[in-house]
Design a protein around this ligand. Structure first.
Ligand SMILES: [Zn+2]
Length: 256
């Protein structure tokens, strides 16, 4: 563990009940560590595809941080003490509640993400993530269900840690969950805009795990966005927001 204190923190006011996984989405570990410890981040210091090149380089960006950063070779940097609130989650909801930064520990995993062509996560890095999660879950008396991705809590805004993140390997290691083999044959594909009890059942299953989706029975834009986040994590072979029979079966299996 390498200590690299970040000044970007304040006090928690809720108990820790989640661990949120992210990718850094930047060019390198160096740039990400600089950004996560920068008390006065200016746009000009962090050029990249996420930023309008016409933006005034002196523009102040949001101050951000995380508790841990895991490098590609399995290095672990500690930026913020777990007892303090780091600023990694932003706006979002999980299990019906907001204020995710106060309720969670954040782990940033060094990876370029979607802006850099979704590079694979090296084995040594995933082994370090698993070891860190084991330690946190044991110390904090959390369960594998309490480990989520940034895109789970903010499906309309965030894509990380992305569809190449090996959630199934984390589940095999006992630090995340994975649905049991489902029986898609008893389900049918749902249509966009459809209103039905089948849509309500899917929304119920997604909400049971923690996703923020109203049980309206209408397959609306919010539902499609949550279905996309669910697929990114549990059915990465096709991430399209379409509630096909396999996706519905996986959501039912996970809820069960
Ligand atoms: Zn993130």
């Amino acid at each position: 563990m390498i200590d690299l204190p970040s000044p970007n923190l304040d006090d928690r006011w809720l108990p820790i009940e989640l661990v949120v996984l992210h990718y850094t989405g930047m060019q390198s570990a160096e740039v990400a560590l600089k950004r996560l410890t920068d008390p006065e981040p200016r746009a000009g210091r962090y050029p990249g595809p996420w930023q309008d090149p016409a933006l005034d380089p002196e523009t102040l960006l949001a101050r951000v941080s995380t508790h841990y950063v895991v490098g590609e070779a399995g290095e672990v940097w500690r930026l913020v003490d777990e007892e303090k609130r780091a600023w990694h989650a932003g706006q979002g909801h999980w299990r019906g509640a907001a204020e995710l930064n106060s309720r969670s520990i954040g782990i940033e995993i060094v990876n370029g993400g979607h802006d850099f062509g979704l590079p694979p996560y090296p084995d040594a890095q995933i082994a370090a993530v698993i070891a860190l999660l084991r330690d946190i879950l044991a110390r904090r008396k959390l369960t594998p269900r309490d480990v989520i991705g940034h895109s789970d809590l903010a499906p309309d805004r965030k894509l990380d840690p992305g569809e190449r993140f090996p959630w199934a390997r984390l589940a095999e290691a006992g630090v995340s969950v994975w649905p049991a083999a489902p029986a898609p044959t008893i389900y049918r594909d749902l249509a966009a805009g459809e209103t039905s009890e089948a849509v309500a059942a899917l929304q119920r299953d997604l909400a049971r795990f923690g996703y923020s989706v109203a049980e309206s029975g209408v397959f609306d834009a919010q539902t499609a966005s949550v279905v996309t986040a669910f697929q990114r994590r549990f059915r990465a072979a096709r991430v399209d927001g379409v509630a096909d029979a396999e996706t519905i079966a996986l959501a039912a299996a996970l809820a069960a």
